[in-house]
Design a protein around this ligand. Structure first.
Ligand SMILES: Cc1ncc(COP(=O)(O)O)c(C=O)c1O
Length: 406
């Protein structure tokens, strides 16, 4: 491996994040000295239970939950899958209401359920990526096993009104689950004050390692496990616990709570600086997602640059050591436009021109300045060499320069 994090400007924090040095430090003894099994009867193993409970309490604290409501999993996908499986099984109902903008961890599982005879409603989103609450009122009914709506979209950062939806579901006697994988650690969350029944979260989006997640299950919510085996996690998730990563996840949550202010001020300002700079200096650029800063995560910006393929931009950015991602998923070599942008009614042509920038507490002002220096040149060069397909027009960003082409 030759490219290290020292060589790059990392603007892809919705994909994964740097493990915080403080997290690594807390984890290390659990590889070198305290590597026992927490289920063992002897102290060498059993002592680890206390460390796991400390981590559980730190995670619960970040989202305003009770430690007994946190169950460890291996990733966000497992948390999402387990929540929906359980809701269907426990309720005995055969209907799920979700949105067309969910992560594939929800979408693909729902598509599988559909094939098994479950009715699934994929609620549409508005052109700015937000959800109309009337959709929830229209579709969630007494037949619904679970309504699952993400807290924040991973591609656009758009926030969904999950607390209001949870309140409505409670009135209808319907379980409510939210995929909060992108929201936890970035915006304040207090589950004690909400009616949310289940919430998915994961470590690697908030500076803990990959391969550790959790599912919040509200006290007294009946639950049927997906991973069955030992009686770990009070019978709700079998499998020997990933102690070192659990410890790291706990530390990362403690750090996230302390850095929440920074995320919502400095990081938001950096994101806004990037956004304003792009629309001032690059023609025919379009924001994908709600314009109002407060309707999006503080760290996320998704922009389509007309007439350029996102992949070409990403490769050029990579040449300059800048990591970002596209609004497309690469499936067997062909770029499929993002289902999220498609759900927003964005044309396939414009979706293929979408770039997502996602920041973290480790980004600095000089990094954003360097990105803003590089980007206009990259876009101009690509446009000159390969004039792409014209993409349909949209209302310009308040600070946008337009060539009049769209
Ligand atoms: C909104 C959302 N949900 C779920 C996941 C899946 O998480 P993991 O890759 O840890 O399984 C992701 C990962 O990008 C995500 O962004």
């Amino acid at each position: 491996m030759s490219i290290s994090s020292k060589d790059i400007i990392y603007l892809d924090n919705n994909a994964t994040t740097r493990v915080a040095p403080e997290v690594v430090e807390e984890m290390l003894p659990f590889f070198t000295e305290y590597w026992g099994n927490p289920s063992s009867i002897y102290r060498f193993g059993n002592q680890l239970r206390m460390e796991m409970e400390k981590a559980r309490a730190r995670i619960a604290q970040l989202i305003g939950a009770d430690p007994q409501e946190i169950f460890f999993t291996s990733c966000g996908t497992e948390s999402d899958n387990s929540a929906l499986n359980s809701a269907l099984e426990i309720s005995g109902r055969k209907k799920i209401v979700t949105t067309a903008a969910e992560h594939s961890a929800i979408i693909k599982q729902c598509t599988k359920f559909q094939k098994q005879g479950v009715e699934v409603v994929f609620m549409p989103v508005r052109p700015d990526g937000t959800l109309d609450f009337h959709e929830v009122e229209k579709h969630v009914d007494e037949e619904t096993a679970v309504c699952s709506v993400m807290w924040a979209n991973n591609e656009t950062g758009v926030l969904f009104p999950v607390e209001e939806i949870a309140g409505f579901c409670k009135l209808k006697g319907v379980l409510f689950h939210t995929d909060a994988v992108q929201a936890v650690g970035k915006i304040p969350i207090c589950l004690k004050r909400s009616k949310i029944d289940m919430l998915s979260l994961v470590g690697h989006k908030l500076h803990a390692p990959k391969g550790i997640g959790a599912l919040y299950i509200r006290r007294r919510t009946r639950f049927s496990p997906t991973i069955i085996g030992g009686s770990q996690e009070r019978g709700r998730r079998g499998g020997t616990e990933n102690v070192a990563s659990i410890v790291g996840f706990g530390k990362a949550c403690e750090l996230a709570a302390a850095r929440m202010e920074d995320e919502n001020t400095r990081v938001r300002n950096l994101r806004d600086k990037l956004e304003t700079g792009i629309f001032l200096n690059i023609q025919d650029a379009h924001l994908n997602g709600a314009r109002q800063s407060e309707k999006r995560l503080p760290n996320t910006l998704n922009v389509s640059f007309d007439f350029v393929e996102a992949e070409a931009v990403l490769l050029q950015l990579d040449q300059r050591g800048i990591c970002a991602s596209s609004g497309s998923a690469c499936t067997t070599g062909s770029l499929e436009p993002s289902h999220v942008l498609k759900a927003m009614g964005i044309s396939a042509a414009r979706a293929r021109c979408a770039i997502r920038f996602s920041l973290s507490t480790y980004n600095t002002e000089p990094e954003i300045t360097r990105t803003l220096q590089a980007l206009p040149d990259i876009i101009e060069r690509i446009r000159k060499t390969s004039p792409g397909e014209m993409t349909p027009g949209a209302a310009p960003h308040p600070t946008a320069r337009t060539s009049g082409k769209s």
